[in-house]
Write a protein that binds this ligand. Structure first.
Ligand SMILES: Nc1ncnc2c1ncn2[C@@H]1O[C@H](COP(=O)(O)OP(=O)(O)O)[C@@H](O)[C@H]1O
Ligand SMILES: Cc1ncc(COP(=O)(O)O)c(N)n1
Ligand SMILES: [Mg+2]
Length: 548
């Protein structure tokens, strides 16, 4: 356990700050002329800005330094940089810290924290202030005063109190000023479960329902939003956070990444929220982007090793290492998107003289909620071009686009996911390649296959053929009984497939299986003269069945 925070100055620094000021003020006032290269860049920049103003979202972090580089100011700067925001910093404390824990803390004198705040806020246009380690009551008060003097668009308060390693980062006396003064100014407060418990006088938080109650109680201290983070609920297989805006509770789920590299997740999450708010996002969207970012960063860093302690840092700039297509930032998969799943077929498109793009366009116009390109005999280059064109259509209408089997095509066109069969690459391997932000579906005929799909990290399963079908050779028909058996055994949402058309789709949905979210259709949409009309008809059948 680290010593209680102490205020001190390193002995090698000049004994009084006035000596240091003297040193600074005796240096030449006039800046040296810029070197020729810099001048050239300035000219270019000046002519560019005349044509187009480039806003740079600006986050000011008021937090402690982590010598190990994983949390605190260092995490904040990296997180903001990764999301394209500028990050200025007011250092409240310097910690001697590594992957084993916190070995020492020097608190920066309050007056000097005030001076740093003044320097930044009086000169630069800060959009959002994000707070981390505020070691004492005095520091919290200095911050509140500066914020009243220099108001900003939003305030994100991460009430850092104890590090994950168990070291005290803020005196317990700060609890009262947090609650009574800072929270009322905050747009969002982001305690982890331990911090939420301390803020509420030690209540125990074990379940998501406890987290909801805690969010509601903390909301009463005055922030506009509360996010209670569940990263430390280690027994849960999901990393679930609870968001509360005063009216509604929203549970945010992520896969719990199996890794020791979680040092700095809280600092990073709050800085990502601040960056998105600085860009103009709504609070819920900012929180969703931030959560996806942490999940992706942990996924990409799960096997990295740095230091010998139990809690390593992770790579905020993982995107620099992976090709742009490997990075998922879209909100995660929603099972209801399986409702009307259109699966294209190259043979049928040829027969009716349509391009893949025209077929997809028509299915979306008719109301398809997700599209899969199943092009078994297209040339790779031609298929990729078509897939890119389809991606544009799907993106603009908010409909996810999946690619059947071809992970390479999905990566190259940044598709939303991949659907694999039992003889294709395993969902586990596909997940390794695509990362956590993408959708993965697996065709399953048996409970064992459905279980394997869950183990492999798939998002949904396709189950069939429910009826006899001509689009797949040697495909045994499962019938309603087979579909029921698989649905009941599956932990994942299911879409039914195989011979489904306008006359039998209703009966499939009427089975009333809770995780059967929709039907996947090939011939009944695409082996017809009008794809739009058939899709529209199918949509109204499904909508009417699910209403009854
Ligand atoms: N192993 C993990 N896998 C996925 N997300 C995680 C994991 N650990 C933490 N998170 C997420 O990181 C964010 C920070 O949460 P948490 O670690 O609880 O905060 P703190 O770092 O303040 O203790 C939350 O969104 C949480 O759900
Ligand atoms: C300077 C500083 N600020 C914040 C944290 C909390 O980070 P975490 O809870 O992820 O260990 C930390 N360890 N050090
Ligand atoms: Mg953490």
């Amino acid at each position: 356990m680290a010593a209680a925070p102490q205020q001190s100055v390193h002995p090698s620094l000049p004994s009084s700050t006035s000596t240091l000021r003297l040193l600074i003020s005796s240096s030449p006032r006039r800046p040296p002329p810029p070197p020729p290269r810099a001048r050239r860049y300035n000219r270019l920049a000046a002519s560019a800005s005349a044509a187009r103003e480039m806003p740079w979202p600006h986050v000011l972090t008021v937090a402690g330094s982590d010598s190990g580089g994983g949390a605190g100011i260092q995490a904040d700067i990296k997180a903001c940089a990764a999301l394209g925001a500028y990050c200025s910093s007011v250092v409240t404390a310097v910690t001697a810290q590594n992957t084993a824990g916190v070995q020492g803390i020097h608190v920066v004198p309050e007056e000097f924290i005030r001076e740093q705040l003044n320097s930044v806020l009086s000169d630069m246009s800060v959009d959002v202030v994000k707070t981390g380690m505020l070691p004492s009551i005095g520091v919290v008060r200095v911050l509140c005063e500066s914020l009243k003097k220099f108001p900003v668009k939003a305030l994100v308060v991460d009430p850092v109190m104890v590090s994950t390693s168990g070291d005290i980062l803020s005196e317990s006396s700060t609890l009262s000023v947090y609650r009574d003064e800072l929270f009322a100014m905050a747009d969002i407060v982001t305690p982890n479960v331990k911090e939420a418990s301390r803020l509420l006088g030690g209540v125990s938080l074990r379940t998501v329902s406890d987290m909801r109650n805690a969010a509601e109680s903390i909301y009463k201290f005055g922030p506009k939003h509360v996010l209670v983070k569940g990263g430390d609920m280690l027994e849960s297989s999901d990393a679930t956070d609870v968001f509360f805006d005063g009216k509604e509770f929203i549970e945010l789920h992520a896969h719990r990444i199996k890794t020791h590299n979680t040092h700095g997740t809280g600092c990073t999450l709050a800085s990502c929220i601040a960056s998105e708010l600085a860009k103009g996002a709504t609070m819920l969207h900012a929180v969703q982007v931030a959560k996806n970012f942490v999940e992706s960063a942990l996924h990409h860093s799960k096997d990295l090793v740095i230091g010998n302690g139990p809690q390593g840092p992770f790579d905020h700039l993982f995107k620099l290492k992976c090709p742009p297509y490997n990075v998922g930032s879209q909100p995660s998969f929603k099972p209801d998107q399986l409702f009307l799943y259109a699966v294209t077929d190259s043979g049928m498109n040829k027969k009716w003289g349509r391009s893949i793009k025209e077929a997809v366009q028509a299915a979306i116009e008719g109301g398809a909620t997700i599209v899969q390109l199943r092009e078994k005999d297209s040339e790779t280059r031609e298929f990729l071009e078509a897939a890119k064109a389809c991606m544009e259509i799907c993106k603009s209408s908010g409909v996810p686009l999946l690619i059947n089997d071809r992970v390479d095509i999905a990566l190259a066109c940044n598709a939303d996911g991949v659907h694999v069969g039992q003889s294709d690459m395993s969902a586990h391997e596909v997940r390794e390649l695509l990362g956590p932000g993408k959708i993965i579906g697996v065709s399953c005929k048996t409970p064992a296959q459905a279980q394997q799909a869950w183990n492999d990290g798939a998002d949904y399963i396709g189950c069939g053929g429910v009826f006899p079908t001509s689009t797949k050779a040697n495909n045994p028909t499962l019938g309603f009984d087979g579909l029921k058996t698989v649905c009941l055994a599956s932990k994942l949402p299911v879409v039914a497939i195989g011979g489904i058309n306008a006359s039998n789709a209703g009966s499939v949905m009427e089975l009333g299986l809770p995780n059967l979210k929709g039907v996947a259709v090939v011939s009944a949409l695409f082996d017809r003269p009008s794809v739009v009309a058939e899709t529209r008809n199918m949509k109204s059948i499904l909508t009417n069945t699910s209403r009854t």
